[in-house]
Design a protein around this ligand. Sequence first.
Ligand SMILES: N[C@@H](CCC(=O)N[C@@H](CS)C(=O)NCC(=O)O)C(=O)O
Length: 251
Amino acid sequence: MATNGTHATNGTSSPDIILYTNHGCPWAHRAHIVIKELGLPYKEEIIDLDRPRDPWYLKVNPRGLVPSIRYNGEIITESLVVSQFLADAHQSHLIPPSTGAENALYRARVNFFADTFITKALPHIFGGWRAQTDSEKDEAAESLVSAVVKEIEPLFTWDAKKGPFFGGSEKVTLAEALTGPFVLRLLGLSKPEYGIASPKVLPLLHEKAPKFIAWASKVVEEPSVTYIWDEKKVAERSKARFAKLAAEKKL
Ligand SMILES: N[C@@H](CCC(=O)N[C@@H](CS)C(=O)NCC(=O)O)C(=O)O
């Protein structure tokens, strides 16, 4: 089991955290960003997703999915729940506490932003990867860009000169922690050299969703977002997985 991190940022004694993860999983990646932003020490247990889960892990998470965490002996599962829990348990720049209407409103905006990305854009990102012909990939690219323009671009209402992240924050917030793993994949795996997505995705986003691209370009530069990211490895594994699914006619 690997040990990471050195200190807690909030002045309280550090909790005992085990993160059950796989570095190729975007959902688990959310928890990595949160933990890194909080500066929390943790141990990690890599779960091999290429074979059936061991019985001990099914006791940790009966769904067999990553991420899960053990926090001072308590198990917490599901990436959104894990991320929100850690951010609430350790107050930081990620998200304000839920006390007071102003904070509650900010939290609602963060949640809406992340939810919009996941429900409106992500299905088209995945759709483009699964598509098997160039024209299907192009079609998914058009749908993705339309969704970003309609649903996400209007959410960038803050002055990005103050700070590039949600609400004009200079530091990554929970909005970026929840969406960053997918932003990395969108910007990284859409490069034409991988042949995973339509080559039109990035030029179209630059042309039609400038605020989104400016934000996304900053997100993928953050050390907390990139420290477990291996673009080439994820690209190769994704291609191999889609080729296998296509051969089994499961796409
Ligand atoms: N809704 C879950 C999704 C997690 C998820 O799908 N994890 C995948 C890896 S990216 C997994 O553990 N797959 C194992 C399997 O399906 O057997 C969350 O947000 O935590």
